[in-house]
Design a protein around this ligand. Structure first.
Ligand SMILES: Cc1cc2nc3c(=O)[nH]c(=O)nc-3n(C[C@H](O)[C@H](O)[C@H](O)COP(=O)(O)OP(=O)(O)OC[C@H]3O[C@@H](n4cnc5c(N)ncnc54)[C@H](O)[C@@H]3O)c2cc1C
Length: 693
């Protein structure tokens, strides 16, 4: 039997641990005795989610990817909290700070990078060490120290208006501290956004309460014993209690330099992730491939796969050819996706652009030879998955460019998953495509969790998780496990579902998508409602739900895609208007309490209209008069006597029936209550005729 080789990994971060996982997945435990040096004392965690730790919305436990037991279970020796000090290439061993010596046949350097701290005046404290109040933002330990120091302090400055800086500033603000973002360039996120998008993002950030200072060159950190402010090349000083540097990273290349490996900006590797020494490889942020150093997790994970193919000798042709870059901002409430080239660089480049600054929306495509080479989506990133897929695959774009940016017409909804080609990228961090997700379902997996565990999709930045859950629910159809699923609808609705533990029920509800069957019978159903539930969410995604009641017909059906409901003055429930002004998405649930048979839920875009406008709209639609019982807009009063103030016009985008006999009448849902039914007779009932079977 072949002797197991010693494989040593330096760095237990997102690239190092991931490479080990990929190696194990290819039978690596039969080939290697694996040991890892990790100078952070815990297992491996999802660094991408650090801002949520700082913010306090996730616990440390929640961001762990591999706990210490995982290493033991896989026969891996983890030198946790031990820094590798030297690589001796002639002796083929690594020396640890605690005296550990690990011999290797193959070595992987995955040391990542550290925050770049520019050489400013005043970085040192009185004792010559770092001045108290200065921080980087890279590790769990940084988060703990920042949170501890911020307690009881008033103002923080974050140097760097990129993705990291904005996330950090937002998190600091959540800790109750005034956050100032100091940025050298003319607009925020200047690597990912053009100036109009940067300006919109700035106003969104300001609305979230952050202070943004642009074109500011910091020259010194002020304060004797501890930080008391910042000085700039121009303009007045900014008093502050702490400073976080988020202005770039420096790859950790010192070990490689010391052992004589070629290093430029990062450790130089070839397409097999080999350094100049064929037994020493490198992956992740410490690496430079063709003059490019990447600061994102997707490239690191692509590299991990290629390296694993080579080390396990599974595929000697596997090659890394660089990564296409896409970014999503995770700051609460701000939807942002940016990919590739943000400005045209050749005369033949085509630009498609849409801006609605007062709504915080900006969309831009850069197209070359009919293919997407870059895009920005700000304020509405609904189309991000499709664009990412087009960007990634280099597929030809449709002639009707607007369809890439907007939902065109009511029939084109986010449904139609059966139309999604297998090569569509679902998780850009892990590079998981539609085909791979469907493959998992075909192989018997029945829950989103299981698919995520198997593919690692949704495990990094997490932005694809809702889409992934929707795909799994759709692909499993009736046979999904009773785990919870993300559902159609707004973030706010999802939060409500989570809050009230109704996700499973809602899934049953959403199983019966009937958008294409919004026929006259259903319109009549809506029009004779005496009660509906309205769910909205504010810009931050905080959800609100309340009911509206009135006489039958108080909900107007303008056509099979358009509904209007009144908002009353004087009955204390005029809450949807405020939310809708910020976030024009609404979920409406109609329940027929009389027959206890049917619930209909619609999601749509909402617009607030005055009574006159609604009247005009109704007049243009005489055919609907029958549905409306011949009614133009009366002056309906609510059940408790409030009078109509405004109307909310809803363009229906999605519709679902909940067709159980079991809708509990406004009572607490017990565990045993089964929501939803597959009973065809109950489903069809006499509401929907055969169109809905
Ligand atoms: C707050 C934050 C948010 C982010 N958000 C995103 C995002 O939304 N999307 C995205 O794609 N990327 C994001 N990133 C970047 C992403 O986390 C990195 O690209 C990824 O972690 C790189 O993996 P890595 O293994 O190369 O480096 P790391 O994850 O930093 O791991 C390197 C590890 O090596 C250890 N190490 C270094 N030197 C030694 C030594 N001599 N001995 C032993 N151990 C050593 C380090 O302590 C560290 O644990 C974010 C990063 C941060 C900090």
């Amino acid at each position: 039997m072949k002797r197991k080789q010693n494989l040593v990994v330096i760095g237990n971060g997102m690239a190092g641990a991931r490479t080990v996982e990929e190696i194990l997945a290819r039978g690596g435990s039969e080939l290697f005795r694996i040991s890892i040096f990790g100078d952070e004392p815990c297992g491996n965690y999802n660094r991408i989610l650090l801002s949520s730790i700082l913010e306090g919305t996730r616990s440390e436990e929640e961001v762990m990817l591999n706990r210490p037991a995982w290493y033991a279970d896989n026969g891996i020796r983890l030198n946790a909290g031990v820094r590798a000090l030297r690589i001796q290439r002639h002796a083929k061993c690594v020396l640890g700070a605690d005296g550990t010596v690990e011999p290797y046949d193959k070595l992987i350097i995955a040391t990542g990078s550290r925050p770049y701290i520019p050489p400013l005046h005043g970085l040192q404290g009185e004792d010559g060490g770092g001045k108290p109040g200065i921080f980087g933002f890279r590790s769990l330990d940084d988060c703990r120290r920042i949170a501890e120091y911020a307690r009881g302090r008033r103002r923080a400055a974050v140097i760097g208006g990129g993705l990291l800086g904005l996330e950090c500033a937002y998190a600091l603000q959540a800790l109750g501290i005034e956050a100032h973002v100091i940025h050298r360039s003319k607009h925020l996120m200047n690597h990912q956004l053009d100036s109009p998008a940067g300006a919109i993002l700035q106003s969104l950030m300001q609305k979230l309460g952050m202070h943004v200072h642009l074109e500011k060159q910091t020259t010194a950190v002020l304060g004797e014993e501890r930080v008391s402010g910042l000085a700039f090349a121009d303009g007045p000083e900014l008093p502050c209690d702490l400073v976080v540097f988020a202005s770039g990273t420096t790859p950790n290349t010192e070990l490689a330099v010391r052992c004589g490996l070629p290093v430029a900006r990062g450790i130089v590797v070839d397409s097999q992730l080999r350094t100049a020494d064929p037994n020493v490889h490198a992956v992740g942020e410490c690496v430079q491939y063709r003059a490019q150093v990447y600061g994102l997790v997707a490239p690191a994970w692509e590299q991990a796969k290629v390296l694993a193919e080579h080390l396990t000798e599974r595929d000697s042709k596997a090659a890394y050819h660089g990564s296409k870059i896409a970014t999503r901002l995770k700051v609460a409430g701000v939807q942002l996706a940016s990919m590739g080239e943000i400005d045209p660089s050749e005369e033949r480049d085509e630009v498609v652009q849409f801006a609605e600054p007062h709504k915080g929306t900006y969309k831009k495509l850069v197209i070359r030879s009919g293919r997407l080479i870059g895009a920005i989506l700000l304020g509405d990133a609904d189309r991000a998955a499709g664009l990412l897929s087009a960007f990634d695959s280099g597929a030809r774009l449709p002639e009707e460019r607007a369809t890439l940016l907007f939902h065109m017409g009511a029939r084109e909804t986010r449904g139609g998953l059966d139309q999604v080609p297998p090569e569509t990228q679902i998780c850009s961090c892990a590079g998981i495509r539609m085909g791979a997700v469907l493959g998992c379902i075909q192989s018997g997996l029945r829950s989103a969790e299981a698919v995520m565990e198997t593919t690692r999709a949704g495990k990094a930045c997490g932005s694809c998780e809702p889409a992934l859950r929707e795909i799994v629910a759709w692909a499993c159809r009736g046979s999904a496990a009773q785990d919870t699923f993300a559902l159609p609808g707004s973030d706010g609705e999802h939060r409500l579902q989570e809050k009230y533990g109704t996700t499973v029920q809602a899934l049953a509800f959403y199983k019966h998508r009937v958008f294409h069957c919004l026929n006259p019978t259903m319109q009549a159903f809506i029009a004779r409602q005496e009660m509906l539930f309205v769910a909205t969410a504010d810009r931050q995604g905080h959800a609100h739900s309340s009911f509206r009641a009135g006489h039958a017909g108080f909900v107007k059906v303008l056509d099979e895609r358009t509904i209007a409901y009144p908002e009353y003055r004087g009955n204390g429930v005029m809450s949807s208007l405020g939310n809708l002004a910020e976030n024009p998405h609404v979920g409406l649930t109609f329940l027929d309490f009389q027959t206890d048979r049917i619930g209909l839920h619609v999601n749509g875009e909402a617009r607030i209209v005055e009574k006159d406008e609604l009247e005009r709209l109704l007049k243009c639609r005489p055919a609907e008069a029958a549905v409306l019982g011949g009614a133009a807009v009366q002056k309906p009063t609510s059940a408790d006597g409030g009078s109509v103030e405004r109307w909310v016009l809803v363009s229906v985008a999605d519709a679902f029936i909940h067709c159980a006999k079991h809708i509990p009448r406004m009572q607490k849902v017990e565990q045993e209550v089964t929501w939803g039914t597959d009973d065809a007779a109950a489903k069809n009932g006499n509401y929907f005729g055969s169109a809905c079977s």
